[in-house]
Design a protein around this ligand. Structure first.
Ligand code: IPE
Ligand code: MG
Length: 215
């Protein structure tokens, strides 16, 4: 979800306004996905392990926004049968934010519709290191299955979308995206619509995926 800051600056507003607008788009896209039975899982990159490098005030704003978003969204998750499954190392967050994250996770655990994952203090390299540390004590050789199961997310990515014009993965789901179809759009995240998503999904379904095999 890239481009919040630029979206705000283009309108002469503070960067944080872009984050607020971005959170609204998260709601719309999540609701849309929850109504599409072909979409099992939606993972949104909300805060990376590298985002701590931003100015303190922006980081603080993002933390508050996240807490507000989660508290407000609980009823919407429940209404739409959405299960919330955070990924990332949330131990770095305040006790209160950790509690909110765990609370929404527990309260939506019974929902069996869309799984919405928010990547929170998430970095794929950090995820892999934490996974390796979890399994390194066993005597056997580590297998792909063992590592996959030890990751925060053990699902392969089918379709990966990056908004905001840059063509990079920025430490997002690197292991899980081994065979992901990558879509990049110049649209800034606050301008991204369900219509844009629909078009991308349409193009995605036309792709013949061979996973390294032959037709
Ligand atoms: C992405 O938008 C949102 C987060 C990382 C939380 P940016 O804040 O990176 O927006 P730009 O790239 O500066 O426009
Ligand atoms: Mg950015």
């Amino acid at each position: 979800m890239d481009g919040n800051g630029r979206w705000a600056e283009l309108q002469g507003k503070k960067r944080v306004k872009g984050h607020e607008e971005g959170a609204e788009v998260v709601k719309k896209i999540t609701t849309y996905c929850s109504k599409n039975p072909d979409i099992e899982r939606l993972t949104l990159y909300a805060f990376s392990t590298e985002n701590w490098k931003r100015p303190r005030l922006e980081v603080e704003f993002l933390m508050k926004l996240l807490e507000k978003y989660l508290k407000n969204e609980l009823t919407v998750y429940l209404e739409n049968n959405v299960r919330f499954e955070p990924i990332g190392d949330i131990r770095a967050f305040s006790k209160s934010l950790q509690k909110t994250i765990k609370d929404v996770k527990e309260k939506t655990a019974h929902c069996d519709g869309l799984v919405q994952s928010l990547a929170l203090n998430y970095g794929a390299q950090d995820e892999m290191i934490r996974a390796i540390n979890k399994i390194k004590k066993c005597d056997e050789d580590i297998t792909e299955t063992m590592l996959s199961n030890a990751l925060d997310c053990n699902h392969n990515v089918d379709l990966l979308i990056r908004t905001g014009g840059d063509h990079r993965l920025s430490n997002f789901l690197l292991w899980q995206s081994a065979y992901a179809e990558l879509f990049f759009t110049d649209t800034l995240w606050p301008d991204f619509t369900t219509n844009d998503l629909e078009k991308i999904i349409k193009n995605f379904t036309k792709i013949e995926r061979r996973f390294g095999g032959l037709k």
